[in-house]
Design a protein. Structure first.
Length: 364
């Protein structure tokens, strides 16, 4: 397996210099033997980036290398990459074995050798008993496994996935997500994976690259992006977070958000900030007291709390979604569905777990 490297790579569609860049001078490294996910909203540039890795699109500027070799202008067949498309792209006139053998036969591999390698690849994805089936006779999950076997059989240096789970139902998505991850780890594959689904990215990835408007907003491990977002976009995109306006006091050691006030872990420059608070960070004081093993915002041994009037309760099965109105705005938080629940119209007190709070630069 090989490392993939982008150096100041840019891509624009069309000749008009006023057209925005689809990918704007990005630097990117996909380490050898890891699964790196390109994540972002529609139109952010993630699929264009993947297609440039594959050689299906050429950049306007910059350099792309695989395992140290400059592949920027090489065609797809010269790059030793395998790609699994969203639509699977199976040939309906070929059976399972024929689909997996196809790329090898086009490369000049003998029929006997291609068949042997194709059967090995089908065994890796658990389909060795279905080699004679037609694509129309397969379930969505089985079709995806055939497409995966076909990508693996050519022994690519890098394996590329473009929204591979989008056509599957929720149960199959979870199964295939785990299967792709297990296969990648077992075989030590270098994988670039594109999705717009944050949960999917968090579950399968060693590293995540979050893109927006053609640029990389942040990259790191799933935990780093969730717990240490660098800006409001990342905080809101990597799981739900609500932004509040705050002020770092003149001493640089304390912060105030409405009636909430707490001590900062590290000194900050005084002035306006944004504070991202995840719904799971709020703790209703009426159900039970704060867990002594958790860290809560406050000053010294005294934790801070916020008065909140309950507006709505929504039952979600294992929890309730409680919507409240406070002096810093309206928001919701999850509440365990067993035991006493707050009532609509009741004024309650909320503490804040430090784990779900991030202080960010003011957007203005």
């Amino acid at each position: 397996m090989s490392e993939v490297k982008f150096e100041k790579v840019s891509k624009r569609y069309g000749e008009d210099p006023q057209t925005p860049w689809a990918v704007d001078a990005i630097d990117l490294v996909i380490p050898k033997g890891t699964l790196t996910t390109l994540l972002g909203p529609s139109g952010c540039g993630k699929t264009t980036t993947l297609r440039m890795m594959a050689g299906l699109e050429l950049p306007n500027a910059g350099k792309i290398s695989i395992n140290g070799q400059d592949v920027t202008r090489l065609n797809p067949a010269q790059r030793q990459v395998g790609m699994m498309f969203q639509s699977y792209a199976l040939f309906p006139h070929l059976d399972v074995l024929g689909n997996v053998m196809y790329g090898l036969r086009m490369a000049g591999v003998t029929t006997s050798s291609a068949k042997q390698r194709a059967m090995q690849s089908l065994e890796q994805v658990g389909l060795s008993s279905l080699e004679g089936r037609w694509p129309s006779e397969l379930s969505g999950g089985q079709q995806q496994r055939v497409a995966l076997a076909r990508a693996l059989v050519v022994e690519p240096s890098v394996l590329l996935f473009d929204e591979p789970l989008s056509n599957l139902d929720a149960r199959l998505r979870r199964e295939m997500r785990d299967e792709i991850r297990n296969l990648q780890q077992r075989l030590g594959l270098t994988v670039a994976y594109v999705t717009h689904d944050q949960s999917e990215a968090m579950a399968v990835s060693d590293h995540i690259v979050v893109m927006n408007h053609g640029r990389i907003e942040q990259h790191g491990t799933p935990r780093q992006l969730y717990e240490q977002p660098v800006n409001a976009f990342i905080a809101g995109f990597m799981g739900e977070a609500i932004l509040f306006s705050g002020v770092v006091e003149n001493d640089g050691l304390h912060i105030q958000v409405g009636s909430l006030r707490w001590a900062l872990e590290k000194p900050m420059v005084a002035g306006k900030v944004q504070v991202a608070i995840r719904p799971q960070a709020w703790k209703w004081m009426g159900q039970n007291q704060p867990d002594p093993t958790e860290e809560y915002l406050g000053i010294g041994q005294q934790f801070t709390s916020l008065a909140a009037k309950v507006c709505k309760l929504a039952y979600l099965g294992n929890a309730y979604e409680v919507t409240v109105r406070t002096d810093i705005g309206e928001f919701w938080f999850p509440c365990e569905s067993y035991g006493r629940l707050p009532q609509v119209g009741e004024t309650i007190q909320l503490a804040v777990r430090a784990h779900g709070v991030n202080v960010l630069a003011d957007k203005g």
